[in-house]
Ligand binder design. Structure first.
Ligand SMILES: Nc1ncnc2c1ncn2[C@@H]1O[C@H](COP(=O)(O)OP(=O)(O)OP(=O)(O)O)[C@@H](O)[C@H]1O
Ligand SMILES: [Mg+2]
Length: 339
């Protein structure tokens, strides 16, 4: 084996919250975008899920870092280490040869030249020989199975951890896009703040996210309501343990402001859509992708509010990565998407 040189092809969705790598149409890495580093030597201690488990629990010699913020690389060194480590997870045993890597990475549509350069450099430093880039909403559209080359307007709303990106695509390009830095992580922060203020209980990021996933809702009335979620934590004042049941209704209230901002961004994108494409969007509906698309009641809320049907993409957490994988496999057909 070591005598052959071959090319390994990887599609990577480098997200603020999660990094997903697809190889030969299969998800081979699906890990939180997190690195644990030795504070003094900067040596990598753990990557992905293991680093996340350390988050909020490490002693002073270990720091846990999220290399991306708002969809773009914020810590260059940590990003490179993370990419390198995740690629290593795919072929841990092959020490005799390292395949030459062709990597397609997706980038937010509002990404600047400098931010794009940072992604390319990180992927190259991590061993990528040919590095291509694809805009995330394009990748999501391909992943959802839309005909991105058709003279037909489609709107994609991708609610990730750091950004909510809205794009109208037609004829293989992005016609209009709007990106706001209000997304899943802000909802988690809203919940932390609410638990502290309303219930006098301190909760960390992971607990707040668990509350969001278990009882998060975009509507204050649901047909199939989830059961109250029991939260454990210290009382703010006394530091004694507390147990608080939380209902979906109160969580819907505390996230209301942030969800309204997402709604306003979608409305603004619609406002800036040329009329012919607007008509297509009303006919086709709007596609929701990213982890935020899983929020209970969100599709119904938006559908009722805008009178346009919102569809949640199948497996929204993987839609962008899946589309990137398809673009990579058909690189000639989709070369117009590559940067
Ligand atoms: N069931 C769920 N209900 C609500 N939110 C969820 C659910 N599952 C995951 N999320 C949220 O989705 C977000 C992560 O989504 P995703 O993996 O699409 O983001 P990302 O691609 O890493 O971020 P970005 O695209 O902003 O760089 C997190 O904020 C997470 O809490
Ligand atoms: Mg994303």
């Amino acid at each position: 084996m070591g005598l052959f040189s071959f090319t390994q092809e990887l599609a990577m969705d480098l997200g603020t919250a999660n990094t997903i790598i697809i190889s030969n149409g299969k998800v081979v890495v699906d890990q939180p975008s997190m690195v644990a580093l030795d504070r003094r030597s900067e040596k990598v201690i753990a990557i992905g899920e293991i680093a996340r488990k350390m988050h909020g629990k490490a002693h002073e010699n270990i720091k846990t870092v999220r290399p991306l913020r708002d969809g773009v690389i914020a810590d260059f060194y940590a990003a490179e280490q993370m990419i390198r480590g995740m690629i290593k997870m795919i072929n841990p045993k092959n020490r005799l040869f390292s395949p030459s890597l062709r990597i397609v990475v997706c980038i937010p549509s509002g990404c600047t030249e400098v931010e794009m350069r940072a992604v390319r450099d990180s992927a190259e430093h991590a061993g990528g020989r040919d590095v291509y880039m694809v805009y995330e909403p394009m990748a999501a559209a391909v992943g959802i199975g839309l005909d991105v080359e058709a003279p037909e307007g489609n709107m994609i709303v991708d609610i990730g951890g750091g950004t909510t990106e809205i794009a109208v695509i037609s004829l293989g390009g992005i016609v209009a896009n709007k990106s706001i830095r209000v997304a899943g992580d802000d909802l988690t922060e809203d919940i932390r703040e609410y638990m502290r203020r309303q219930h006098n209980i301190k909760v960390g990021e992971r607990t707040a996210e668990a509350i969001k996933i278990n009882v998060g809702s975009a509507l204050t009335f649901l047909d199939n309501p989830p059961e109250d979620y029991i939260v454990h934590g210290p009382n703010q004042m006394t530091a004694l343990p507390m147990e608080v049941p939380v209902s979906y209704q109160e969580i819907a209230h505390c996230m209301e402001k942030s969800i309204s901002k997402m709604e306003a961004a979608i409305l603004s994108a619609l406002e800036h859509t040329p009329p012919e494409l607007y008509a297509d969007i009303v006919r086709n509906g709007i596609y929701l992708a990213g982890g935020g698309a899983l929020m209970r009641g969100l599709d119904k809320r938006l559908t009722d509010k805008m009178n346009i049907k919102f569809h949640v993409a199948e497996d929204p957490l993987h839609a962008v990565a899946k589309g990137t994988g398809i673009a990579l496999k058909n690189i000639d057909k989709f070369s117009f998407l590559m940067r």
